[in-house]
Design a protein around this ligand. Structure first.
Ligand code: NAP
Length: 248
């Protein structure tokens, strides 16, 4: 039986690359998305075209009812999840502290932090060896912003990734006894459309000379690190972080 992986925010960018990477390794994958069903179906079609198995499931990860429905649908259509990739994440227009509103900060935390907690909760319920599950892995997609701070651009986003890092450490300890390994990746400047949401589609081009490797990263390079943390190759790693940031 193929193992099942749930990737949140997999219609585009790093999530889409990870869904395709894990499918190529033999996983059946759930491509979660928020609203872009055309993009999500395209990822599913690409996986199916090379003989893989995938389903697209719409769910806002910040909404507990929708997350519950997401995992029920995965269990029904693919089987119990072995891997959860908490990849869905958002940021808004670049802004300084004086321009941040409670509404903006709360939405970022709701998706990036609460969403990752909720997905972990329902995934762990299905995975836990203490309740008859087969164990599993959770990989959180953090950011180097968690340790650099993103001053003048999105400190709110960076702080949400700091919270995700703390969640990674805490859940790695809490869930080790359930047969679940929890780790994270911290990408740097990666070529995706997320930068357009911050108001600067060409942000990676502007900043790449500040990277020791002098270039931005590709989503597939992040997917490869995630896949290693999912694999048995990392069987003794928990509560750890892989930086995928060109040495920044
Ligand atoms: P992206 O291209 O903007 O894609 C975001 C994905 O998240 C889309 O699939 C989107 O679905 C989904 N999404 C957004 N809100 C959601 C919600 N509430 N519930 C479920 N899905 C939701 O992002 P990306 O650049 O690939 O980033 C992926 C992750 O990597 C994020 O956590 C981000 O913080 C992190 N990261 C990115 C970079 C970078 O340079 N790109 C650097 C460091 C860390 P729709 O298509 O339906 O909108």
């Amino acid at each position: 039986m193929p193992k099942v992986a749930v990737i949140t925010g997999a219609s585009r960018g790093i999530g889409a690359a990870t869904a395709k990477f894990l499918a190529a390794q033999g996983f059946d994958v759930c491509v979660n998305y928020l609203s872009n069903s055309v993009a999500a179906q395209a990822v599913v079609a690409e996986i199916e075209a090379v003989g893989g198995r995938a389903i697209a499931v719409q769910a806002d990860v910040s909404n507990e009812k929708q997350v519950e429905h997401l995992f029920a649908k995965v269990e029904l259509e693919l089987g119990p999840p072995y891997a959860l990739i908490n990849n869905a994440g958002i940021l808004f227009q670049q802004a300084r502290l004086s321009e941040l509103s409670a509404e903006r900060i709360n939405r970022i935390f709701a998706v990036n932090v609460t969403g990752s907690f909720l997905c972990s909760k329902y995934a762990a319920k299905a995975m836990s060896t203490r309740t008859g599950g087969a164990g599993g892995v959770i990989v959180n997609v953090s950011s180097v912003a968690a340790r650099l701070g993103a001053a003048g651009e999105y400190v709110d986003y960076a702080a949400s990734k700091g919270a995700l890092d703390t969640m990674t450490i805490g859940l790695a300890k809490e869930l080790a006894d359930d047969g679940i390994r929890v780790n994270a990746v911290r990408p740097g400047y990666i070529y995706t459309t997320m930068h357009a949401d911050g108001g600067e589609p060409a942000r990676v081009e502007r900043l790449k000379s500040s990277v020791p490797m002098q270039r931005g990263g590709e989503p597939q390079e992040v997917a490869a690190a995630i896949a290693w943390l999912v694999s048995e190759q990392s069987s003794y790693s928990a509560g750890t972080f892989i930086e995928v940031a060109g040495g920044r």
